[in-house]
Design a protein around this ligand. Sequence first.
Ligand SMILES: [Zn+2]
Ligand SMILES: [Zn+2]
Length: 266
Amino acid sequence: MPAIVDLSHEIFEDMPSLIKGAPVKTWMLHTHDKPQIWDKGLPPTEWHQLQKDGKEPFMSHDTMMLLLSDHVGTHVDAPSHTCPRTKPHGETIDEIPLERLWMLDAVLLDMKYKKKHDPILVTDFEKAEEEAGVEVKPGTMVIVNTGNYVNFDKNPVEYIQMRIHLTQESADWLVSKKITAFGMDSVNFDTHGLPDVSEQRRMHSLTVVGHPVHETLLCQNGILHVEGLNLRDLEETGKTRFKFCALPLKIRGGSGSPVRAIAIVD
Ligand SMILES: [Zn+2]
Ligand SMILES: [Zn+2]
């Protein structure tokens, strides 16, 4: 009997946020302890009469307000996040066909030995494939477990700063394997701003700050990626092969969206 495993983090006030200057805020707009008159236009004399007649003029409900970026928590990037519309792939989140993140054949690759700022090399992928007893075949979604999902609750600052990242070579390797999508428990797995990368850029007198991994996966090859996966429950199952599903919100012109990501395991 297949089981659904949740791969998503909770959304809550001041949760770890990748986008600088965009903290997540939540507040209650309505609560049950403050009932409202259901018809605001009703004069007090009339709702007093309604009460006298035994009719309830009040209603109460909980409504929460959310203030968040479209790259918060467990989320998918729309190609338009880093790819101009002139590129072959530049869709906004509402333009992405739902099939692209639905019932994908996915594999989980363990790279928990990686440390802060470590690059993920092609050899890491090959080793992890062997250890997991899986093969990254064409049509596969690859999900990397760096163990950073633990920091989401335990050490939010470290969670954002971990920056275990793909190299250009490993992004090219994923493309050569013809994967359908890429996922990771970390956020910010591109190379921009990393000390070693900045050094390389300085040595080669490069001044352009780009997103080479996003450029390769998203812009040139249309490979969607899901960031900030919560892999705790999936790890507990010990499964390395499963179906992956995630549906983005239909945000008009959105550059990404939080998703409720799930694995379906046998
Ligand atoms: Zn993002
Ligand atoms: Zn991204």
